[in-house]
Design a protein around this ligand. Structure first.
Ligand code: ATP
Length: 323
């Protein structure tokens, strides 16, 4: 192998840059040329590659986002789009590809590997919903940002005796919301995996006040049946009867933009280094992830075919600890 490429796809996650840096420097150490692909699969289709040297990846390990840019490319979801990408890879003399991204991105990587192109995936998404890795790049930093917000809101909630709702990311997976609720000591948590009865949630918050708590915080995942808007509307309509106001804070993209903490820098670095080793070994079509604390590979076919489930025992723990 002489020349490889690396790209980042889907939602950006803090720690992606650490992975890019490790791919480049370990790839160069193997005597390869390393190209960066701009804007995820869109850049792959248009052939937007540029050479990455050691100095190009200097000073990026501490930066959030991705120096390669990321994108969502509907065209790559079509067979024709993937054939265009494949021909660009061949035209540019690229012999292996590393895809840093989440579920959708790894589905794309799998499709490319089905066209017999050597691909290795790196598990990276703040949603932590990727089969094949217990934890993915960006989760820890995003969680710490959510916690900082919750800690601050708790202070003001205690002073003003108001209930607060904090909406965190998570379209289909409540991992971030549940962990933020447990680590932030929230009184209620709402996740997409569980049906929500807003009346029961209101009762939970009321009960927290009745138990003598000075605050009532609820953490909501954005993809929940009742998101921030839905819940705020319900509380507004029923405010008189419920007896307290609900203030809403949406963290949104603030969670993605943070500088990666030590965990994500190290995870990105280890995944990046493992991905070039994997390409060199000749066994591709796999995802690099962390399983039981060890760097491990999972066939992309399994990653795509299986859904990672949330440990709902932790939901019970969150309820228990809210007392
Ligand atoms: P995150 O969940 O962190 O936002 P992600 O990688 O899951 O990251 P998606 O938007 O789901 O983000 O996917 C990124 C890109 O991957 C899509 O825009 C598309 O180009 C490609 N992709 C998604 N699903 C498929 C698929 N089934 N086949 C081929 N390509 C796909």
């Amino acid at each position: 192998m002489k020349r490889i490429a690396v790209l980042t796809s889907g939602g950006d996650a803090p720690g992606m840059n650490a992975a890019i840096r490790a791919v480049v420097r370990t790839g160069l150490a193997k005597g390869w040329e390393v190209l960066g692909g701009r804007q995820g699969y869109s850049g792959l289709i248009s052939g937007d590659f540029f050479p990455l040297g050691s100095r190009n990846v200097g000073g990026i390990i501490q930066r959030g986002g991705t120096i390669l840019g990321s994108a969502r490319s509907p065209e790559f979801e079509t067979h024709e789009g993937r054939l265009k990408a494949l021909s660009q890879l061949h035209r540019n003399g690229i012999e292996g590809l590393i895809v840093i991204g989440g579920n959708g991105s790894q589905a794309g990587a799998y499709e490319l590997s089905q066209l017999r192109f050597p691909v290795v995936g790196i598990a990276s998404t703040i949603d932590n919903d990727l089969q094949g890795s217990d934890i993915t790049i960006g989760v820890d930093t995003a969680l710490n940002i959510a916690l900082e917000a919750i800690d601050r809101l708790k202070v003001t909630a205690s002073s003003l005796h108001r209930a607060f709702l904090v909406e965190v990311m998570g379209r289909k997976c409540g991992y971030l919301a549940l962990m933020a609720a447990i680590a932030g000591g929230a009184e209620a948590v709402i996740i997409p995996e569980i049906e929500t009865d807003p009346e029961a949630v209101a009762a939970e918050l009321r009960a927290a006040y009745d138990r003598g708590k000075p605050h009532a915080i609820m953490v909501v995942a954005e993809g929940s049946q009742y998101d921030a808007e839905g819940m705020a509307h319900y509380f507004e309509v029923h405010q008189k009867r419920l007896g307290f106001e609900l203030r809403v804070t949406r963290l949104g993209h603030v969670q993605r933009g943070g500088a990666p903490g030590s965990f994500d820098r190290l995870l990105g670095t280890r995944f990046g280094a493992a991905s070039t080793e994997q390409l060199a070994s000749g066994e591709h079509g796999v995802l690099i992830g962390l399983l039981k604390g060890v760097i491990a590979t999972t066939p992309l076919a399994d990653v795509v075919a299986n859904k990672k489930s949330l440990d709902l025992g932790l939901l019970e723990l969150a309820h228990l600890l809210a007392h």
